[in-house]
Design a protein around this ligand. Sequence first.
Ligand SMILES: [Zn+2]
Length: 315
Amino acid sequence: MSSSGGRVTCLLDEARRVAIFGGTHGNEMSGVTLVQLWLKDGAEIRRKGLETQAFITNPRAVERRTRYVDTDLNRAFTPENLSAPGGHNLPYEVQRAQEINRMFGPKGTSGAYDVIFDLHNTTSNMGCTLILESSKDHFNLQMINYIKKAISPASCPVLLNEHPHLKYATSRSVAKHPVGLEVGPQPQGVLRSNIFEAMRIILKHALDFIELFNGGTEFPPCSVEVFRVSERMDYPRDTNGNIVAMVHPDLQDCDWEPLNPGDPMFQTFDGKTIRYEGAGTVYPTFINEAAYYEKQQAFVTTRPEKLAASGVRRA
Ligand SMILES: [Zn+2]
């Protein structure tokens, strides 16, 4: 396909089976609460021509109001884990990944769910972020284009976390079209009404798009701005691995804003500034995310890119 998007229209299968996952991280309360609400009454997520299933992915972590019990469920969907023998002796989240893969997958097969929305919160000031794992999923790109237009002038940045040679291990990676929602800032274990509503509205438009698509609406070629993950930046550490600096006040809460070479990045405990020394301007996000201290990650850098999406229509 040409970079302009060309005149190509892809004929795609209808997206009949759709799941909405909450509680993949048990202390991210917007998704947990919305899914619990929709399990009681699914009228809001019902659409013509769709089977929409709300689902709590990590119920034990939700019960304990913790991110996970044994291991991060959102990294557990590896081929090794999904085929591991051992049953009840496996870590809880590995058992859970196998169950979810049986219910909504199997991952990578024609029997898998068409779309999975996985609802997350972040402590970072990321707003309503949509996360994609592929730059070539034209169905998802068209859905994002639709959502962006629908919520305008509000914005929803798109984070592209694409590894051409790696298999994805996220909960949503079980689906043919995986979509992550990452809405913040919101502390872990806390519900904020503005964040809750923002997530709810994105879901509404996403489901509207799928209903239109299944109903035969053709979506013409378009382009979508995304931020491609570039580098994972750790906190400065001493020789024992202890953190010796914090995110600089000039960078804190400035997710999606440009960080230029020479700009302040960290501040040591005795007040010294550590500056960014990369080759060019980047756009940091997940800045000072609470859950990423254990992953040795202070923020990720991204670079903006325009992706061409071909037109799509139901086959
Ligand atoms: Zn999460």
